[in-house]
Each structure stands twice: as C-alpha cells, then as structure tokens.
Design a protein around this ligand. Structure first.
Ligand code: GLU
Length: 549
C-alpha cells in the first residue's frame, strides 16, 4: 500500500488535476491586466469595507482591462442565510458596480471559470486534496473532538503555541496501512495538510500595500477537507484563486497573518502565488480614539445604510475612492467634471494604517455630487428613493412637471444650490413649494430685523398693490423691491445703509427678507426670484393675503 492507494481509497472518483488545469486555462488578457475577486460568505451583509474593495477592484480591473469576479465562499454553511447571495449581488449593484464573472443572483452565474459558489466546487477541491495525498503532502486525521480538546488544554497549561503541528500532530505519522485500516473500519476523519515549515525559520513576504513583512514559517497541519467533504477557507481560496487565474488577492488585513500558510499552500500545490494586497480596515474616531468600524455598533458599517439615507451611490463610491487613495481629493479638485473612472487608482498607495471614515466629509462629497446633477436626475433619483422610504415625498413628486420646476431652482447654473446632500434632505428643502403642504403646516414665521406686525403688513400690502408683477424679469423685480424699500423709508442699497446705519430703519435686504419669510416660512432659501417664478401669481397672492388677514 502506498500514498496513491490511500488517496484512491479516500477520493475514489476524483479526477486528475490536469483535467481542471486544462478546463481553466490561463486567461488571454493584455499585459498587466488585473484579475481579482470579491469573495464574501453568503451572509447577505455587505460591510462598507467590502464595498470599498469592490470600488477599488472595479477601478483597477477597468484600468487594466482585467476581470473582476464575484465568488461566494459558502463552505461554512452555518453562516448562510436565505437569499444571502441575492442580497449581496443587489447591494453591490445598488452602487452601480457590475461584475464581469460570477454569481448574478442566488443560483445563476456567468463566466467560464465557474462554478463561482464554493459549495458547488466540491469535486474540484477533492481532486487537489487527492493530488496532495498521492504525494504524501496531506493525510487523513482521525482526531476526535475530545482528543483535540485535550491537546488544547495541555498546550494551554504548558503555555505553548496552540494548534496541530509537530509533535502534536498525532496522526501525521500513521503509516498508510494504519490509516487505510481505520478508514475501512468506518472511523470518521478529515484531511490535513502536511506542513514542511519550521516555526523557527523566517520568510519574507512582499505585500503590495504593506510592503515587506517577515513572518515565521507556517508549521500547522491545517484541515483542508472537513468531515462534510467541503474544504476550509484556506484551501479553497488557494485552489480557486489559482483556477480562476486571479492575479491579485485584494482583501482585508485580518487575513495577513495567514500569509505563511497561504504561501506554503500555493507552493506545495505547485501554483504561482498571486500578488497579495491587504488593505487596512476603515476606522471610526470616537472620543478621540480610533477603532474599526463595527458591524455591531455602527449603522454606517452596513452599505444598506447609505441606500436608506438616500446618499447617491456615486457619492459613496467617490468617497470610498477618497479613502482608498488620498490623492483622489486633489485630483477631483483639479478635474471637477471628470468621471471617477478617469482617475488612475494605485493600489500600492493605499493607507497602511487605515483611513478614518468621516460621515460629514461623505455628505460634503455628496452635496457636491448632487449639485452637479441636472433637475431630471435629481427628480428620478429622489423619486426612486422616496418610493421605497418616504411615501409623502413620493406623493409630492407625483406632479412631475411642477416638481421639475421646483428641483430646477438654482440648478444647472455656475453656482448651483448645495443644500441637498442626500435624498432624505429633499423633502425639507422643497416642502414649502407645495401649496397643500405649505398651508397644512403650522408655520412660525420667524422674521428677522423687521418684526413689527403692522410694519410687515404695510410692506406686504404695498408690495402686492404697487410693485408685484409676475412677468417682471429678475432685474426689474429687484429694482421694484428697491423702490418699495425707498417708498417706505428704507435704504434702497445695502451699501447706503452701511455708510449711515443710524439714518435708516433697515435696507432693501430686510424688505426682501419679509417677502421671503412670508412666502416660504423660512429665512434661508434659494433664490427668491426663482422661487416666486415657480410659485406663480396665484400662490404668491394667497400666501401674502393669508398673512394680511
Ligand atoms: N470569504 C473571505 C471573507 O469573507 C474572503 C477573504 C478573501 O478575500 O480571501 O473574508
């Protein structure tokens, strides 16, 4: 009996690996093309760090005419939830990111390097496990849960490194005959990797983001195939990244400590190692301290949060690009109208220590993104958001023609309005423009300098009687407000007032504030002339007459 016989006993039906090597050939891509993947478990949850990875991966693969694929890592079936794959696909899709290959919904996929769900690749992993068994580089292990527990306790008591290695690797030294005997007797087992590493020796690894790192070699005989016949993450990722011809493994740096193991696996399997790029976690600052943004504590850790808040996908992606490469910000300043895809992302320039996530900054980015949108885009995106999250707003937007006028106020010019940073801001920003909403609310007209009721009435009635004409152009309109100011004894220019403030009760600006507050209930609004044009004569009169009464 030799290794080959033992391998045949364990995996009698596994194909030779040459079959898969031919089935998944090297990709025919331009020089320098990056092939990378997003490889979540099907938990349905996408963390903001995962989305950042997708933004970066998409950018890099577009830049190099490479391939970005979605692989579902479902070998730990305890973590699965119903529709978990679909939710992940949808979440990423919500941010305008498409995969070139991989899962497209819960059960379907596209691409020639699949299956893209690990649970459907069982026979592939077994073929590679068999290949290792045949060479004596893997072995069946019969340790029971009790045995492993006892080993762990002994290690703990003796204060030595935990794990299954060296002298602790009890079943490593079974002869093939002994192992075969146990298998034939129906003893349960799993398959372990036979490490040749020595903990006392060092290896040097070059990480694309972190640079050179020295590690002790791996010496753990990790499990590669579990009792259920499925692989562990470590083994599966090596086989998959090899067969999917992945060039760059871009992943969160919680995996960096697995590097010695992963390098040994690649080497032993005869695979070319991909480039590893371990990115730092996104941090949050709280009480002056930095910590990882956490799924448990921070609502903004889940990408669904941004969708619910109505922060446009484009803004979130821009902000994440910002976190990815800090020079993005200056690029954006120099190229305010360029598409984000024109930015040249450099993965090696990612932060080693982790960037701080700043919601205020994100909203600032978002405000500028929205300011560039035309009214149709604002309308469509707000409506889409409102249909899901705000029925009242959706109802307001029913009147499309009028809503487009409202949303068009101070938009599409050189200094667009910037009071909207998310779709959930829109209702408050436009509420008073809707007649029924305006009259239904209990308005506290907070005037500014001019507070006296009789004075306000005089301003409004004189305005309506003598100066208001909806057909005036902007200059005439403003000249008339100046005339009104003058007639009532106010300075017609702010400048005049500033020179001799004691001479006047106020200036033209105070007069227009009275009109503004009366028409909108607010002191701060976008351009009053544009507002009045959209409201129209009837509404203006109704609003003012309500006050006069
Ligand atoms: N399934 C692993 C995770 O979700 C993937 C890590 C990797 O990208 O290799 O963390």
């Amino acid at each position: 009996m030799n290794y080959k016989d033992l391998a045949d006993l364990i995996f009698p039906n596994a194909k030779p690996i040459s079959y898969y090597e031919e089935k998944y050939p090297e990709r025919n891509l331009p020089e320098g093309a990056v092939v990378t993947r997003f490889a979540p478990s099907p938990t349905g949850f996408v963390h903001i760090g995962g989305l950042m990875q997708c933004v970066i991966n998409r950018q890099l693969t577009n830049q190099t005419q490479g391939v970005f694929l979605l692989r579902i890592e479902d070998t730990d079936q305890k973590r699965e939830i119903e529709n978990g794959v679909q939710q992940i696909v949808d979440s990423i899709h919500d941010f305008g990111i498409e995969f070139d290959e991989g899962m497209i919904d819960e059960t379907h996929e596209k691409g020639n390097y699949g299956p893209y769900k690990q649970s459907e690749r069982k026979e592939i992993y077994q073929a590679y496990a068999k290949y290792l068994l045949e060479q004596g580089k893997a072995y069946p292990c019969f340790a029971t849960a009790e045995e492993l527990e006892e080993m762990r306790k002994k290690q703990e008591a003796a204060k030595i490194r935990p794990g299954y290695y060296g002298v602790w690797a009890k079943y490593r030294t079974l002869t093939v005959e002994e192992a075969a005997e146990r298998i034939k007797n129906g003893e349960p087992y799993i398959v372990r990797f036979k490490s040749m590493g020595n903990e006392e020796k060092k290896i040097r690894h070059h990480d694309v983001i972190k640079g050179n790192i020295d590690f002790p070699q791996n010496d753990q005989d990790i499990v590669i195939i579990k009792a259920d016949g499925l692989p562990t993450y470590h083994f599966a990722h090596a086989v998959d990244d090899h067969l999917m011809r992945v060039t760059h493994v871009i992943r969160s740096d919680e995996w960096v400590s697995s590097i010695p193991l992963h390098l040994e696996l690649f080497q032993t399997l005869g695979f070319k190692t991909p480039k590893y790029c371990h990115y730092a976690p996104i941090l949050k600052e709280e009480d002056g301290k930095k910590r990882k943004i956490s799924k448990r504590k921070d609502p903004e850790a889940a990408v669904s949060y941004y969708h619910e808040e109505g922060i446009p996908a484009e803004a979130v992606c821009e902000y994440l690009m910002n976190i990815g490469n800090s020079n993005f910000e200056s690029w954006r300043r120099a190229n305010p109208n360029a598409k984000m895809s024109e930015f040249k992302f450099d993965i090696s320039k990612m932060s080693v220590s982790g960037a701080i996530f700043d919601l205020v900054k994100l909203l600032d980015v978002s405000k500028n993104v929205i300011a560039k949108y035309d009214k149709e885009t604002v309308y469509e995106q707000t409506l889409e958001w409102a249909k899901r999250y705000d029925a009242e707003l959706a109802q307001m937007l029913q009147d499309k023609e009028y809503s487009l006028k409202v949303l068009g106020i101070e938009r599409g010019n050189t200094k667009p309005r910037k009071d909207i940073s998310k779709w959930s801001d829109v209702k408050n920003a436009i509420f008073y423009m809707y007649e029924d909403k305006f009259f239904a609310q209990d308005i506290h007209y907070e005037y500014d300098k001019i507070q006296d009721k009789e004075e306000i009435k005089k301003i409004l009635s004189t305005y309506l009687e003598k100066y208001f004409n909806i057909n005036d152009d902007k200059k005439t309109w403003f000249d008339k407000i100046k005339d009104l100011a003058e007639e009532l004894g106010y300075a017609r220019e702010v400048k005049m007032y500033k020179q001799e403030p004691e001479k006047w009760p106020g200036h033209v600006g105070d007069i227009s504030t009275v009109i503004r507050v009366s028409l909108t209930g607010r002191r701060n609004t976008p351009d009053l002339y544009e507002i009045m044009q959209v409201l129209g004569e009837e509404s203006i009169k109704r609003r003012i007459n309500k006050l006069l009464a």
